[in-house]
Ligand binder design. Structure first.
Ligand code: ZN
Length: 303
């Protein structure tokens, strides 16, 4: 049996998990992400934590295939990170540096793409070869699996689906600097903003879901408008990708089945007819998706 590590590097914590080659998660733990000094302590801390784990459990290193890491920014296939603003990182090869520090082969990917790979492998997308994964949280991120392979893109920024443009007349500015991005409408932030336009102020996303579930007329209108934005966005995207499954994760997916049944009619209004036979599913790995996907990068590269 072979083993390896999956690492999900976030702005505040690093999640590290130890897997066997079947994808069983044997251990997981977290360390804080120390972003001082331009983020230069982050990789040495990860390497030291893994070294401590190997020593503590007297792990046979010849059985370790390597480690995968999901990074909050663009990463190309060779492992070159192209600026992770919230870590203080510029441009460098994370795979090479982490290999130097640990002695193990390293594969790196963008965190949202890697989480998509995790959901494809062990979560809501299991058993499908073509999958669109969208995380509807503070922003909108995602990942795309095509014929069993994760889309990385030529510049490591494949599947930045939150920055597809939905409304060219938008005047508010998106976090990316453009106007009218999917993220401005389809994120949790977008729902709260829509609620404001309907006169619901000082409410959270959960308040709106709860009110909609209780049959509140205004909340139902807000959700209906939200579902149309989401349906338009996913319909356009699926006309290109033609997936078997769309997996929805992030804070908005806590709305549960209501979200899936709400978006479906609008999805069918916008999607190309031949690509319309799509199953909608909720993400099922939660915060572990990144670690699963990161380890899958290692397994795929070892084939
Ligand atoms: Zn944007």
């Amino acid at each position: 049996m072979k083993y390896g590590f999956g690492i999900d590097l976030g702005g505040t914590t690093v999640k590290i998990a130890y897997f066997d080659e079947t994808g069983a998660m044997l251990q997981k733990w977290e360390i804080p992400t120390v972003t001082t000094d331009g983020g230069k302590h982050i990789l040495p801390h990860i390497a030291a934590s893994i070294r401590d784990f190997i020593n503590a459990y007297q792990i046979n290193e010849t059985a370790i295939l390597g480690m995968g890491i999901g990074v909050p920014g663009p990463v190309d296939r060779k492992g070159v990170v192209n600026k992770c603003v919230n870590l203080g990182w510029g441009v460098f090869n994370i795979a090479e540096q982490l290999t130097e520090l640990t002695g193990f082969p390293v594969k790196a990917g963008n965190d949202a793409n890697v989480a998509a790979l995790g959901e494809y492998w062990k979560g809501g997308g299991q058993g499908c070869d073509n999958m669109v994964f969208a995380t509807l949280g503070t922003g909108v991120g995602g990942g795309i699996v095509i014929e069993g392979k994760l889309l990385h893109g030529a510049h490591g920024s494949g599947a930045e689906i939150g920055h597809m443009v939905l409304n060219r007349n938008e005047t508010a500015t998106c976090g990316c600097g453009k106007h009218g991005c999917v993220e401005q409408y389809c994120s949790a932030t977008g729902i709260v903003r829509l609620a404001g336009l309907h006169g619901m102020h000082n409410v959270t996303c959960k308040d709106i879901f709860d009110a909609a579930k209780a049959g509140d007329k205004v909340a139902l209108e807000v959700m209906d408008e939200y579902y149309e934005y989401l349906g338009e966005f996913l319909g356009s995207l699926c006309s290109v990708i033609d997936p078997e499954v769309v997996v929805l994760g992030g804070g908005v997916s806590k709305a549960g089945e209501m979200l899936l049944t709400g978006v479906e009619p609008y999805f069918h209004k916008y999607v190309f007819h031949a690509a319309s036979n799509v199953k909608f599913a909720l993400a099922s790995l939660g915060n572990d998706a990144g670690a699963y996907g990161a380890f899958k990068l290692v397994l795929d590269s070892a084939k």
